[in-house]
Design a protein around this ligand. Structure first.
Ligand code: IPM
Ligand code: MG
Length: 357
C-alpha cells in the first residue's frame, strides 16, 4: 500500500508523526506500507506558492490512501482566496472525487465526564455522520464578490446539488445504516431551500432500494437541537456538505473533545483520505499539547476502508480504549486525577497498548 502523508500546518505535523508511528507498528504486524510525504495547505504555499502543489496532488493521485493532518494558520489569513490553506484541502477532496465523508462520533466510556452533556444523555453514544464532501455551497458556481447597483460590496455563493450527487451519497447513507442499526436520518432544510427539496425527493426515491432501513427526514435546525437533546436517537445521519460540516463539530463535542473524531473521505472506488475532523489549532501548535487520538483513529478507518483489514482497525481502536482506561489524557480531555500527557507520550502509549491477534 502506498500512503501519501500530508502533515499540513499547525498541530498537523505533530499529530501526523504519531499516526505514522502507529502505521509503522501495524506494518510490523504484516501490512506492507510505503510512505511519501508532501506539503499541503500553508506548508504548500510556503514551499511552492500553492496550497495544493502539483507534486502533492500527483503523489495523492498515485497513492492508495492519503493521511492528512490539518491545514490553516493565522499567517495565511490575508492571502487571496485561491492561495488560502483551506482551498488546498478542498481542491484535493474535489480532485480525488472524495464525495463520501464518514465521521463516526463514538463516546469512549472513560470520557463521559469530559463531555459538556450529562453522562446519562450520552452514555453509549455511537453515531455516524455521512457528509457529502464535493458539492453544495462549498463548490457551487457562481460565487464571488461584486458591487451591487448602489455600489455596496456583496458576497455570494451558490448552493447546488445535482440529482446524481444526491443519489450517490444517499446510497452510502443507506448502505452505512444497513451495516449498523438500520436507521437513517436525512438532514436538510427542505422547508426553505430548493436544493434541499430536491435532496429530500431523491433520498426518498433511493429508500425504495433499502426496505430494511428505516428512513426519517429532519430539518437541520431541529437536528442541531436533537443532537444535544437526545443524541442517541441517531444511528446514521446523511447530509450535505455545509450541514455536515457544522453538525460533525457539534457531534464531536458530545464525545468530550473535537480531538477525538476521525474521518474517512472516500471516492467511488474506496480510495480514501483520512484526517481528523478538527483544524490546525495554531494556538497550541508545536507545544506537544495536541490530542493525537483523532488522527490515530483515522488510521483505524484507513485499515477498515482502504486496506480492508477491519481487524487491524479494531486493534487500533482497542489500543485507544486501553490508554484512556489507563487514564492517559492530553489537556483537552484532562480531568482531575488523570495522568496528563503530551502528544508524543500519548502516541507512545497507544503503540505500547497495541495488540494484534
Ligand atoms: C472540516 C473542515 C474543513 C471543511 C475546512 C478546513 C475547509 O472544517 O473538514 O470539517 O469545512 O470541510
Ligand atoms: Mg469542519
Amino acid at each position: 500500500m502506498r500512503i501519501a502523508v500530508l502533515p499540513g500546518d499547525g498541530i498537523g505535523p505533530e499529530i501526523t508523526a504519531q499516526a505514522v508511528k502507529v502505521l509503522q507498528a501495524v506494518a510490523r504486524a504484516g501490512v506492507k506500507c510505503e510512505y511519501q510525504q508532501a506539503p499541503v495547505g500553508g506548508a504548500g504555499y510556503d514551499a511552492a506558492g500553492d496550497p495544493l502543489p502539483e507534486a502533492t496532488l500527483h503523489l495523492a493521485e498515485q497513492s492508495d490512501a492519503v493521511l492528512l493532518g490539518a491545514v490553516g494558520g493565522y499567517q495565511y489569513d490575508q492571502l487571496p482566496r485561491e492561495q488560502r490553506p483551506e482551498r488546498g484541502l478542498l481542491r484535493l477532496r474535489k480532485s480525488l472525487g472524495l464525495f463520501s465523508n464518514l465521521r463516526p462520533a463514538r463516546l469512549y466510556a472513560e470520557l463521559s465526564d469530559a463531555s459538556s452533556l450529562k453522562a446519562e444523555v450520552i452514555a453509549g453514544l455511537d453515531l455516524m455522520i455521512v457528509r457529502e464532501l464535493t458539492g453544495d455551497v462549498y463548490f457551487g458556481q457562481p460565487r464571488g464578490l461584486r458591487r451591487n447597483d448602489s455600489g455596496e460590496r456583496e458576497g455570494f455563493d451558490t448552493m447546488l446539488y445535482s440529482e446524481s450527487e444526491i443519489r450517490r451519497i444517499a446510497h452510502v447513507g443507506f448502505q452505512t445504516a444497513a451495516a449498523r442499526g438500520n436507521k437513517l436520518c436525512s438532514v436538510d432544510k427542505a422547508n426553505v431551500l430548493e436544493t434541499s427539496m430536491l435532496w429530500r425527493e431523491v433520498v426518498t426515491e433511493v429508500a425504495k432500494d433499502y426496505p430494511a432501513v428505516q428512513l426519517r427526514h429532519m430539518y437541520v435546525d431541529n437536528a442541531a437541537m436533537q443532537l444535544v437533546r437526545d443524541p442517541r436517537q441517531f444511528d446514521v445521519i446523511v447530509t450535505g456538505n455545509l450541514f455536515g460540516d457544522i453538525l460533525s463539530d457539534q457531534a464531536a463535542m458530545l464525545t468530550g473533545s473535537i480531538g477525538m473524531l476521525p474521518s474517512a473521505s472516500l471516492n467511488e472506488f474506496g480510495k480514501g483520505l483520512y484526517e481528523p475532523i478538527h483544524g490546525s489549532a495554531p494556538d497550541i501548535a508545536g507545544k506537544d499539547l495536541a490530542n493525537p487520538l483523532a488522527m490515530i483513529l483515522s488510521v483505524a478507518l484507513m485499515m477498515r476502508y482502504t486496506f480492508r483489514r477491519p481487524e487491524l482497525g479494531r486493534s487500533i481502536e482497542a489500543a485507544v480504549e486501553k490508554v484512556l482506561a489507563q487514564s492517559y489524557r492530553t489537556p483537552d480531555i484532562f480531568e482531575r486525577g488523570a495522568r496528563k500527557v503530551g502528544t508524543e507520550e500519548m502516541g507512545d502509549a497507544v503503540i505500547a497498548a497495541l495488540r494484534f491477534n
